[in-house]
Design a binder for this molecule. Structure first.
Ligand SMILES: *Cc1c(COP(=O)(O)O)cnc(C)c1O
Length: 383
């Protein structure tokens, strides 16, 4: 028997209650039954995004709703400031360029968090910039962005702040309305504990609605005006992924039963335990100054091949973790503790990590990482 623990930063494990809900008979997407669940899901999403804004659902992965933000907010020839500190920041830039938007990148070393002052400087240099594109959790490096500080800057400016919250929602703090985040998008396969295939876009401010009115980029499936008209009837413009929406209702119920603040605190606790375990093994954290709560990215020690390490963890111990992307390929491993994750998932990850390192000949003291992670978890529990 090979029991698998999926500890990758997307997709993430799905609780059985959610899986069972998705397995219910298919319902029609123009029925009262669908209208009810759509309304409940929109209300729940407003709570987790902490917004009273407009919520649109799409049958799409996270990248689809990212593209929807670009094509609904901008026009060809507009300039967008894009924070590029990893694969997902670069994705914002690529989508903008694909649609004829001029990209002014704010380049950040991968693993570092953007200095909000550099975004402010870019906005002073490009006062007519239409948007700033940011990533709450840059999943390729395990770095958290200070969205609150960025929103405090864009609030005073013409540009809207657009946040990709895919791996940060229900994991790291995000307060759209209180902070002044104009637009946020997310795929639901991470902190929202769903299989991939449901994307959410949230328009939270009058400034963003003004851009939607003016936008001239081509769109059809992802047209937010069509989505808005359908939303007034608790529907989507095109066939809703109704089974996933039903699953999301269940996820949101689980999150609300635990309490959103408790959910965020759990992620912070798991992240601290993961970091303590890794440090005890002598492994270096990639994102030292601003590590995300949802995953821990670790630099693979010299003499160890990242792919061999991941393969050993998966094949011998059933623990699936992610490797590095782009320039970090072969240099890091990424352990997720995101969504449906608990203390023993982190212990399993650290245990598999230290055993696999020992198997590959790296000098680790077996049990040292697990011991440090357990001590961290028990400290935090107040024992
Ligand atoms: C996972 C992820 C996405 C979504 O990517 P898809 O593969 O299109 O679902 C987008 N942004 C971030 C930050 C992510 O972690």
């Amino acid at each position: 028997m090979n029991k698998v623990r999926l500890l990758t930063p997307g997709p993430c494990p799905v609780p059985s209650r959610v899986r069972l809900a998705i397995a219910r008979p298919v319902i029609h997407h123009r029925s009262d039954e669908y209208h009810r669940v759509h309304a409940e899901v929109v209300a729940g999403l407003r709570q987790v995004f902490r917004t009273s804004g407009d919520v649109f659902l799409f049958a799409s992965s996270g990248t689809g709703v990212m593209e929807s933000a670009v094509v609904n907010l901008l026009s060809a020839g507009d300039t967008a400031i894009v924070i590029c500190g990893g694969k997902f920041g670069e994705r914002w830039a690529e989508i903008c360029k694909a649609h004829g938007v001029i990209v002014a990148p704010v380049d950040v070393d991968w693993g570092k968090a953007v200095d909000p002052a550099s975004v402010e400087k870019a906005l002073v240099e490009i006062p007519d910039a239409a948007a700033v594109f940011a990533t709450l959790c840059e999943t390729s490096t395990g770095t958290k962005t200070d969205i609150r500080a960025l929103a405090a800057i864009t609030r005073e400016k013409r540009a809207v702040l657009v946040t990709d919250a895919t791996s940060g929602l229900c994991v790291s703090e995000l307060r759209m309305d209180a902070w002044g985040v104009d637009v946020a998008v997310a795929g639901c396969q991470k902190g929202l504990m769903l299989p991939t295939g449901l994307g959410v876009a949230v328009v939270g401010s009058a400034k963003a609605r003004g851009l939607v009115e003016k936008s001239r980029l081509s769109k059809y499936y992802f047209d937010w005006k069509a989505a808005g008209a359908a939303a007034t009837k608790n529907e989507t413009a095109w066939s809703a992924p109704a089974s996933l929406v039903i699953g999301l209702k269940e996820s949101l119920d689980l999150i609300m039963a635990e309490g959103l603040d408790a959910v965020l605190a759990r992620h912070a606790r798991l992240a601290r335990a993961g970091r303590a375990g890794a440090a005890a093994l002598g492994l270096e954290l990639l994102a030292k100054d601003s590590p995300a709560e949802g995953l821990t990215a670790l630099i693979v020690p010299e003499g160890i091949q990242a792919d061999a390490l991941r393969e050993r963890m998966a094949e011998q111990y059933g623990v699936l973790v992610a490797g590095g992307q782009g320039p970090l390929r072969g240099k890091i491993i990424r352990i997720a503790h995101m969504g449906y994750a608990d203390a023993l998932d982190v212990i399993a990850a650290i245990s598999a990590l230290e055993m696999a390192l020992a198997d590959l000949g790296w000098p680790v003291e077996i049990g040292k990482g697990v011991s440090a992670a357990e001590r961290e978890l028990r400290n935090q529990a107040g024992s």
